[in-house]
Design a protein around this ligand. Structure first.
Ligand code: SF4
Length: 403
């Protein structure tokens, strides 16, 4: 992949992927390595292939065997090249190679932790919130994440949508004028051909009440060579379109990932990140802070830090709620506000997202509110004398705007 733009100031340049590529895929030519379809064809998909590249621990070997009927394995050569072959707690390894705990389903864990199937009026559509829908476009990914909470779909039971299912999904949105925001996900929509992606984006763009589209993808993290100029140009044609990606650890912010994200941004496609907090993988304020700083350096906004969903086989990766709050407390005030993601819990069973933050209010009174700041110091905030907060000009503005 040839650089399209000069790197941003201070962009990460650690050579993990280059060294890994030389060690694991020495025969791959530059042309092959920069071809995302080559990575798809050479993805590691079973135990025998995996053992050729990584000396597995007994726990990992048993994990691969015991989860084989539950969730598929798939690791792109690029993502595999980032693995620390000497350390089983390498964050790349923990996200892509199963361990035995993943095969154990605990009481209370859910196959559909966000209750999406209860609000799925069409195969392609989840309509849970009033003004937005999730559009499930396909079931395949470049890497099958061990923390995936949509594995009931990505385990392979559902294929790429047929043209008819896609048409019905688009028609549903057309019939629902309250839908102003469409999040396309799956699976990973960036694995669709550009032709297929356009078959989806063009009709959505033509629906007057759809104001914006978001695409959820792990491709910039796991298969960055897929983000070609041609893909970025296509996405830009359908602005406002936001890419929501999913970096979980600063080790993933490689020169290749930077190039993918900056290519999108340079084409006018904003990129934001949703990380998942995972026990022993990134459950530490220092790591989350480094992740946020690394993302900001490549012009990706750290947006959400998700508490792990109560999904089947993920118990071993879940953190106590208090850990996320503690991390936020160590970020807020100690670094740039843009580097502090929202801490979100998606309530089990379909209750929707709520956000959490440490409590900075010490006392609430009619005259003043007493806060503590990030250093623990007390500050008074006086209430104003006038408390009428109505906005009389708003009716005028609405009249002028909507006629
Ligand atoms: S890329 Fe997303 S949908 Fe695919 S396995 Fe990972 S978390 Fe699940």
């Amino acid at each position: 992949m040839s650089p399209s733009v000069p790197p941003s100031k201070g962009a990460p340049a650690h050579p993990a992927s280059e060294a890994g590529r030389r060690a694991l895929f020495p025969a791959a030519t530059d042309a092959e390595w920069s071809d995302w379809r080559w990575h798809q064809r050479h993805a590691v998909r079973n135990l025998a292939q995996l053992e050729k590249y990584v000396p597995l621990t007994p726990d990992e070997r048993a994990g691969v065997q015991e989860t084989s009927s539950l969730f598929r394995i798939g690791i792109s050569p690029y993502y595999l090249s980032l693995i620390d072959r000497d350390h089983p707690l390498c964050p790349i390894r923990m996200q892509s190679i199963p361990v035995r705990a993943e095969a154990r389903i605990r009481p209370g864990e859910l196959a559909d932790p966000l209750g999406e199937d209860k609000t799925r009026p069409e195969e392609a559509i989840v309509h849970k919130y009033p003004d937005r829908v999730l559009f499930l476009a396909l079931d395949t990914c470049s890497v099958y994440c061990r923390h995936c909470t949509r594995r009931r779909i990505t385990k392979g039971g559902e294929a790429e949508l047929s043209k008819e299912q896609m048409r019905r999904g688009i028609e549903y949105i057309r019939r629902h004028p309250e839908v102003r925001d469409v999040l396309i996900s799956g699976g990973d929509p960036f694995l669709l051909s550009e032709e297929r992606l356009e078959e989806l984006l063009a009709p959505l763009y033509d629906i007057p009440h759809v104001e914006m589209v978001r695409i959820g993808t792990r491709v910039p993290v796991c298969l960055p060579m897929r983000v070609t100029d041609s893909l970025a140009r296509l996405l830009r044609r359908y602005a406002p379109l936001y890419v929501v990606t999913h970096f979980n650890h600063p080790k993933e912010v490689t020169p290749e990932a930077r190039e993918a994200c900056e290519r999108l941004v340079d084409h006018g496609v904003p990129v934001e990140n949703q990380a998942v907090l995972m026990r022993r993988l990134n459950s530490d304020a220092r790591i989350i802070k480094e992740l946020s700083h690394s993302l900001l350096r490549i012009r990706v906004r750290p947006y959400y830090l998700h508490q792990m969903d109560v999904a089947e086989g993920c118990e071993h990766l879940r953190t106590p709620i208090s850990k996320g709050m503690e991390i936020l407390q160590q970020l807020r005030g100690h670094t740039t506000g843009l580097a502090v993601p929202h801490l979100a819990v998606d309530l089990p069973g379909g209750g929707g997202k709520v956000t959490l933050q440490p409590d900075y209010v010490l006392e609430r009174g009619e005259q003043k509110t007493v806060f503590r700041n990030y250093k623990g110091e007390r500050y008074d905030y006086p209430e104003p004398e006038e408390t009428d907060c109505s906005c009389p000009y708003d009716s005028v503005w609405q009249q002028k705007r909507w006629g």
